[in-house]
Design a protein around this ligand. Structure first.
Ligand SMILES: Nc1ncnc2c1ncn2[C@@H]1O[C@H](COP(=O)(O)OP(=O)(O)OP(=O)(O)O)[C@@H](O)[C@H]1O
Length: 238
């Protein structure tokens, strides 16, 4: 379980209170969407969870371990896929990217080759392993970015606007891919997205964030686009 307990972050330069005593739990193997307007605090929350910034106060737990005290949890357990596959080197091949990012987490090529084969086959990218990333379509890049992030089988996967720019087929492919990751790797998946149609097809819960607080949690029990949008507008305009 991931637990945010009274997490507060005020940026010194802008003096903006980006997280305001935010408290929320995310269960193991759950797919959760963070939905909120620009400036709501979604990226700040993700940055705190990945160790890129430290909150001013509060606690963040992964499996009962306070990660603000034991920073080694970040590298091992949390993987992030940035928007637009920005976490790939576009001039390198797919395989070189996999080796490079595994090396950053302390793994030699020989230690990840088995997982490269396994996950490339599972997600249908084995044919493009030797292609340079900049020759791939956006949908293929997104697949590669996700496979790169799960090679070391993280406990938590965070995706920032993963459906941006994808056509209907590629979005369906992404949904199937995330379902497989959830099922086969038991990963907890956190998605920041504004795409309500994509969200309703994949998530267990939607957390609506505004002014650095979780204002509402919707459980995905036959949730509709309209319901997500209505609840969102109610909170944003209140
Ligand atoms: N490095 C920074 N320095 C100063 N202020 C910042 C910084 N990063 C974010 N902020 C401010 O903190 C608030 C929350 O920003 P954050 O990026 O977390 O929002 P967000 O919900 O991710 O927005 P978006 O949907 O636009 O990405 C905003 O008012 C933003 O201007």
């Amino acid at each position: 379980m991931i637990q945010f307990k009274n997490v507060t972050k005020r940026y010194k330069k802008s003096k903006v209170l980006a997280l305001n005593s935010l408290t929320v739990d995310i269960q193991d193997n759950e797919v959760v969407c963070l939905l909120g307007p620009n400036g709501a605090g979604k990226t700040t929350l993700i940055k705190c969870l990945t160790g890129l910034i430290l909150p001013d106060s509060g606690e963040i737990y992964i499996q009962d371990e306070n990660i603000l005290l034991t920073k080694n949890m970040y590298m091992k357990d949390v993987a992030v896929v940035l928007e637009g596959a920005r976490n790939l080197y576009w001039r390198a091949t797919v395989r070189s990217n996999f080796h490079y990012f595994a090396a950053l987490k302390g793994k030699k090529a020989i230690e990840v080759n088995e997982n490269i084969d396994k996950y490339s086959k599972l997600f249908g990218i084995d044919e493009i392993l030797n292609r340079q990333v900049n020759t791939l379509s956006l949908g293929q890049k997104q697949k590669v970015a996700i496979v790169s992030s799960i090679l070391l089988e993280p406990r938590i996967l965070i995706l920032d606007e993963p459906s941006n720019g994808l056509d209907i087929d590629s979005k369906d492919m992404l949904i199937k891919m995330l379902e497989k990751i959830k099922k086969q790797l038991n990963t907890t998946i956190l998605i920041a997205s504004h795409d309500s149609d994509f969200i309703r097809k994949i998530v267990d819960r939607v957390m609506i964030i505004h002014s650095g607080e979780v204002k509402k949690i919707l459980i995905n029990d036959n949730i509709t686009n309209t319901l997500i949008e209505e609840e969102y507008l109610k909170i944003v305009s209140s």
